[in-house]
Unconditional design. Sequence first.
Lengths: 621, 107
Amino acid sequence: MALLQISEPGMSTAPHQHRLAVGIDLGTTNSLVASVRSGIARVLDDIQGRSLVPSVVRYHADGKVEVGFEAQIRQSDDPHNTIVSVKRFMGRSLADLGDPGRFPYKFVDAPGMVQLQTAAGNKSPVEVSADILKVLRDRAERSLGGDLVGAVITVPAYFDDAQRQATKDAAKLAGLNILRLLNEPTAAAIAYGLDNAAEGVYAVYDLGGGTFDVSILKLTRGLFEVLSTNGDSALGGDDFDQRVFCWIVEQSRLTPLNAKDTRLLLTRAREAKEQLTEHDEARITALLSTGELVDLNLTTAKFNEITANLVSKTLAPTRKALRDAGLAADEVKGVVMVGGATRMPCIRHAVGEFFGQTPLTNLDPDKVVALGAAMQADVLAGNRKQDDDWLLLDVIPLSLGLETMGGLTEKVIPRNTTIPVARAQEFTTFKDGQTAMSFHVVQGERELVSDCRSLAKFELRGIPPMVAGAARIRVTFQVDADGLLSVSARELGTGIEAAITVKPSYGLSDDEIAGMLNDANAFAEEDMKARALNEQRVDGNSLVQATRAALEQDGEALLSLEERAAIRAGIADLEQRIAAEDHLAIKRAVESLNEATGDFAARRMDASVKKALRGHKLNEL
Amino acid sequence: MSITVTDKAAKHISNFLGKRGKGIGLRLGVRTTGCSGMAYKLEFVDEEQGEDVRFDSNGVTVFVDPKSLPYLDGMELDFAREGLNEGFKFNNPNVKNMCGCGESFNV
């Protein structure tokens, strides 16, 4: 028997047509998947009840891939093949990374986007992210009991087109249909229901494990605009652990530590930090491999003292974000806290003081982004009526424009324009007799092209020779609901046209994606078998249960001794098949038990109809 | 005529209704569709329809339209967990056979 969820009034779906949709927070440190079921957004846990999936992927030489906790525990044994924080490399070239030496990976300088050398071959960040997404998709499909119609995946507000496209490609590779990419701070605001709240400016303070982002959002008519973002890509909860760790080493006057002891003390440091969320002091004890014993008491006051400058390091970008938005702290209407590290009382206190108000903390800060994404996915999948006051708009995060003479940027679509959008602008030739024009599409707020991000280049040829300035070339920028761009140029005299869809310059072509999908299909048969087996087992078990219940209830009244024995034998046979691994054998056993019980079911039906009709006239029904 | 809701199902329904912030109960119904002829309908109710028959069970109000009632009479709504999945289950004495997934049935 299938398990049903409660739909909104009038929104029931036909059998097998459930519009199952999820929201995915594809994080730097951890990822989550959430869905709206029976009207409530909830994060989907694994079988052990864990909601987070560490964003860690480990590749083996034989092609085996481990994701999440099992990859994370091997991180220090196998650093080259265990990829952490892959989000930092999405859509980035080797040049973008600055100093690649600070990462433990062997990078390959592929065109546009770096790749990582692993035991299983070179992996693009897109493939690594896809492996994380596959785990989340699998969890979602098992939790929701069916195939997904789509997913909303969140990305940082500052992600440019290349990074967004890379995220979309990863989803495609993982077999997910993207309903929309959603900005993380917007998702958090949606989870708090701020889209239905009063218009105004909201701040989202997101302190994760290793990254800090602050965004200033403006809500007008249910639509969020990102006014400004700022942050520190190398600041997070882990740095607080590190401070406590240093304090332990200093207090206990420890000799230089080996890797194992370092890990042990970092764990103790994190535990102490977490304990201080609820208590005023935390005891730290550890026995090191050198025989040294650590036994310390860390008070809240001491913790606040040693981490004070980390806290103020988050307030500087917050101040900048406000300044970029042209606002003062007291103009902010509400502050949303995101990320596990915002559980620390010192952070809540500092943020509260900075904005002069108590920040919103009643939702789990680790889950709030995924929950908001799930709510958006539910709407986009069509599970809510239009009149429910759900606006589905988003804005482009960075201005889009063209390079003009002199390496300057001409903005065609300014940032924060709501999408989908199309804008056109006319350009002309620069030289007499010029017959071709090359277009360079860029993204960014800066004036100089060299300071913006290059998205694409294309050429329009066959312009009839004219004097400079006579040709009229209309360039149209079109951004779809996912924030992805296509650009076309048309010479208005002759009608010749050239167009490009911005496959950002990191260049994963459709062919390459198809190739990756083929590789993925190599494992598909195995997956399919496992899935068929699971489905047949569920079917078989429910039939066994139903038949047993029926036998117990009506068996003696409606069946002869032999008939009962035959049905019991059928049940025993089916149970045996369920315990084995052959899904076809289970299917056959289900069919034969169904056949054996056909008469019984008919007799039960007759009996219950008689019972139901007793004392009723026909026209009462 | 009776329709009942188990303790477990009632607890989940009250929780869902509470978090949803509006709604007066639950609508159960059948529709003719699906691979075995009929399918269940399970929806929140914001306002009662004219001809609805009401049942109260374990603190939950269940609304059933009169056309669906003969197919649902005597049934019990339960909440169950199967592996990672969880949801509502119709224990319906009127059902003769179901399609493999149990989402549609005939009587």
